[in-house]
Design a protein. Sequence first.
Length: 208
Amino acid sequence: MMGCTTLTPIDPNEYDVGATDRPRRIPMERSSAVRYTYQDLLALPQSATRHEILDGKLYVTAAPRVNHQRVVRDMGAIMHGLAREHGLGEVVGPVTIHAHDEMVFEPDLVFVRADRSQIIDPEGDVHGVPDLVIEVLSPSNRSYDRNMKRKHYFESGVPEVWLVDIASRSIDVWRSDSPTPERVREAVTWRVGELTLEIPLEQVFMAV
């Protein structure tokens, strides 16, 4: 395969605030006429790195660190418990999201409503856009998740994205109908239909 896009050090952009002192990197495109598809992704060998396709371009990010995985684990457990208790749907992740052939994501967590469960392949990936995407920011990819990837989520039809920031112990709630996020520090509100649930951030960050 040729034309793989890797992470290259750059200065943080304007939106990338609250980061740690560790170097921050976002994917930088290498010149290539190759356009990748979902089938190309399936043909790649298994590895610890994360592979995603945004508008036909392949991006590779490093495996997440321990604290990142702790937050994903605990937030997933909280939301999975609530989803089962109220019959809301499925909370899964990390999982591959096949939005269309040239747009393939691998977010940390996703939620799919029960009435749309047919887009989940129990033996494979999610074929369609989820109702909620959750990304836990890492020092190596915070600008990538906050900017490029978030914009592609909305362009693909994802209605809501949560960006979980361990450094500031906060969550930015982005909705497709709003130009700015809602930053929460106490509890994040999860709305599914007419049901409203509150998830305390103290529980989300309890292990970090």
